[in-house]
Design a protein around this ligand. Structure first.
Ligand code: CAA
Length: 291
């Protein structure tokens, strides 16, 4: 099936990046969010990130203008019903995703492929509550979407082969690379990445190192582009905690227990960059470690 129009639910960190790369690859994009304010913020960010690519010579000014021209927005989710492909990129809470699918389903074309950018929730379970489990898949982008090469493709138990093949082609057209993951808690990237981040928080909690020494160790000693605590702040500490909980509950193994210090930061509302404070304080000129 040829995909031309793409509906994106959620204009947040992931949604705006997904809209950016689809529009740049020539797809017609319709982005929705419950808040008009969030939509306006997303459009400003997309403009800024496209401009960054123009100034680095990655794309031409005409490409930027054409991409922006392909992005439509609406606060009415039912308008996404006519899209060939829908990507849900809302908050990582199952009841919210469920409500979105319930609102959307009566308006979808019969052959629309429905996907979720969830980083950890069971695709099989989300799919089972829709009218099209065979046309439902996990479509997991990495942050920042315009920069990261990988997209994880996760088939639920009922996903059919044409749906999977269509999404492989879409990823190729985006200029990215797909990795196929089985539908088990947190798939591949987060199954490996989150325990590493959680272990970095334990390393801090047990006083083995400071925020600065832990991050520097992994940047300079393992050649990671960001230290694990800096990366946790970038992803969002609430997201990190929720993925650790999915691993802990889904695999029932104590090796996945979330570090109590991670829980404490989330309870304080120190969620990382998005709230101005996490393992670093971002409110001044330079990020300052909070421990
Ligand atoms: N949009 C477009 N381009 C962007 C961008 C954005 N939002 N952010 C950065 N860039 C581009 C820059 O323009 C720059 O491009 P060139 O290489 O062409 O010059 C390049 O990315 C590097 O940016 P900077 O020089 O500003 O900064 P940097 O060198 O410090 O790199 C980074 C920034 C790419 C974010 C890098 O630090 C990195 O790779 N960090 C790790 C990110 C990571 O691990 N992401 C995965 C998180 S896990 C996840 O997403 C899954 C989940 O479910 C939680």
């Amino acid at each position: 099936m040829a995909v031309q129009s793409v509906g994106i639910v959620g204009a947040g960190q992931m949604g705006n990046g997904i809209a950016h790369v689809f529009a740049l690859a020539g797809y017609d994009v319709l982005m929705t969010d419950i808040s008009e304010d969030a939509i306006q913020k997303a459009l400003t960010l997309i403009d800024r990130n496209l401009e960054r690519q123009v100034s680095r010579g990655k794309i031409q000014a005409e490409d930027k203008a054409a991409a922006l021209g392909r992005i439509g927005t609406t606060t009415d989710i039912t308008e996404l019903g006519q899209c060939d492909l829908v990507i849900e990129a809302a908050t990582e809470r199952e009841e919210i995703k469920q409500k979105i699918f319930d609102q959307l389903l009566p308006h979808l074309k019969p052959d629309t492929i429905l996907t979720s950018n969830t980083s950890s929730i069971s695709i099989t379970r989300l799919a089972s509550r829709t009218d099209r489990p065979e046309k439902f898949m996990g479509f997991h982008f990495m942050n920042p979407v315009p920069v990261m090469q990988l997209v994880e493709l996760i088939r639920g138990i009922a996903t059919d082969e044409p749906t999977y093949r269509t999404l492989c082609e879409v990823v190729e057209k985006l200029g990215k690379t797909s990795a196929s993951a089985e539908d088990f808690p947190a798939f591949i990237v987060n199954r490996i990445l989150m325990p590493m981040i959680n272990e970095a928080v334990y390393t801090l909690y047990e006083g083995v190192g400071s925020v600065k020494s832990i991050d520097e160790s992994m940047k300079l000693g393992a050649n990671h582009p960001m230290g694990p605590l800096e990366l946790a702040d970038f992803i969002g500490l609430d997201t990190c905690l929720s993925i650790m909980n999915v691993l802990h509950e889904g695999l029932a193994d104590t090796k996945y227990r979330p570090c109590p210090l991670l829980t404490k930061y989330v309870e304080a509302g120190w969620l990382g960059r998005k709230t101005g404070r996490g393992f670093y304080d971002y409110r001044g000129e330079e990020p300052v470690p909070t421990r």
